[in-house]
Design a protein around this ligand. Structure first.
Ligand code: PLP
Length: 437
């Protein structure tokens, strides 16, 4: 029997799978197959008609991926999950499952750049309007919403600001208006549990901490099962009216015997079926490996990042450290409320010497990798003004927080003394650059 434990350390190892029924294998096998034997025609009719759920074709469902989905749903406290090709695919799918041309969503402005592009350009071109609001003012979500608003969206721990999103405040407004809150929890798995604060859907780039080893791109959507889609039938025709893309199925009716999974079932059986952004079974296997040690790694990421923030705060070349452990006032209160499991592994800091100091710092690093990623077991660094934010105007760079001397670290799980030594040698003498700048 699989575990009923509520502890993520146990769920990450045992939820959803005990042993392979065919061979007894204890490690989850990689079912590297496109298709599954449908057996009798009667069986096929029942599977395609959703009278029972089962494997048909890996674009829609696969046993290896299914274990990953079950484990992530258990850890997050949701009812079901859907693994997809990337974090971007997860975000796109989470919205297009309930929104179509003419609809809108309201999103906080503090977003990963790729998500910003998706919202400002690609969804817009598809006719889905994204209204951006300042997440420090939760009431702005209410003001921006109307009868065509299909979701609120925010990132738990957005960089560079690293000020947690007001999940509970926005979720409560959503409850009043009948609008679900989708939260991107990529930077804060386990340390924040968005469903505990009323979020309705959680998305991840599994590429980051869940995978943890920098080897696979993937994404996940987790459904809390807590949003009442039927109660707000007018707002959500995609789930409450006959769906022409699935021979007239009404998703809230289809799931009457399956549990509150209308949203995630439509995401799987229509959106990912049609757009094709599925996860490969091999990547699902790698994410399962990563997930097994996620609780241990998150603990170490958080401990090391707290220590790095303290070290940087005392360094003469550093004018500002951006990390929840260093916050005061409202930002500190938000961090205490939303990050009970630790402050996360991302640390930003500002070098007095501006762009020259930022680039010199990166070029001097010997242990930390210079990459545009986060959440790897290894420590990573990037200087946004010369890389990810290079194409933006100086004004937009400033607004995004990518100031000339700003450096972002994704603190890994190496021994802290080695991380500190590398940072110290790279920072050595950069206060001179400050004088020259
Ligand atoms: N969400 C956040 C917060 C991210 O940081 C990223 C990638 O950096 C993504 C989504 C996109 O994920 P992926 O690269 O897996 O598509």
């Amino acid at each position: 029997m699989v575990t009923t434990s509520k502890h993520p350390q146990t769920q990450a190892l045992h939820s959803g799978f005990r042993a392979d029924p065919a061979t007894g294998a204890v490690a989850v096998p990689i079912y590297q197959t496109t298709s599954f034997d449908l057996e009798s025609t009667q069986n096929a009719v029942e599977l395609f008609g959703l009278q029972k759920l089962g494997n048909i074709y890996t674009r829609v469902m696969n046993p290896t991926t299914d274990v990953l989905e079950q484990r992530l749903a258990a850890i997050e406290g949701g009812v079901a999950a859907l693994a997809v090709a990337s974090g971007q695919a997860a975000i796109t799918t989470s919205i297009t499952t309930i929104a179509q041309s003419g609809d809108n969503i309201v999103s906080g402005t503090d977003l990963y750049g790729g998500t910003w592009n998706l919202f400002a350009h690609t969804l817009k071109a598809m006719g889905i309007d994204v209204r951006f609001v300042d997440p420090s003012d939760p009431e702005a979500f209410r003001r921006a919403a109307d009868s065509r608003t299909r979701a609120f969206f925010g990132e738990t721990l957005p960089n560079p600001k690293l000020i947690p999103f007001p999940i509970q405040e926005v979720a409560l407004i959503g409850e009043e208006l009948g609008i679900p809150l989708i939260v991107d929890n990529t930077a804060a798995p386990l340390i924040c549990r968005p469903f505990d604060h009323g979020a309705h859907v959680v998305v991840y780039s599994a590429t980051k901490y869940i995978g943890g080893h920098g080897n696979s791109i993937g994404g996940v959507i987790v459904d809390s099962g807590q949003f009442d889609w039927e109660k707000h039938a007018e707002r959500f025709p995609a789930l409450n009216q006959p769906d022409p893309s699935y021979h007239g199925a009404v998703w809230t009716e289809v799931v009457k015997t399956l549990g509150p999974i209308a949203y995630i079932l439509r995401a799987r059986c229509c959106v990912v079926r049609d757009t094709g952004a599925c996860m490969s079974p091999f990547n699902a296997f790698l994410f399962l490996q990563g997930l097994e040690t996620l609780p241990l790694r998150m603990r170490e990421h958080c401990l090391n990042a707290d220590a790095v923030a303290r070290f940087l705060a005392d360094h003469p070349s550093v004018t500002r450290v951006i990390h929840p452990s260093q916050f005061s006032g409202d930002a500190r209160q938000r961090a205490t409320k939303y990050l009970p499991g630790g402050n996360g592994g991302l640390v930003g800091f500002e070098l007095a010497g501006g762009i020259d100091a930022g680039m010199a710092f990166i070029d001097r690093l010997k242990l930390l990798h210079h990459v545009a990623n986060i959440g790897d077991a290894r420590s990573l660094a990037i200087h946004p003004a010369s890389t990810t934010h290079q194409q933006l105007s100086a004004e937009n760079r400033q607004a995004a927080g990518a100031t000339p001397g700003y450096v972002r670290l994704s603190v890994g799980i190496e021994h802290f003394d080695d991380i500190k030594a590398d940072l110290a040698q790279a920072l050595d003498g950069l206060d001179q650059v400050a004088e020259a700048a």
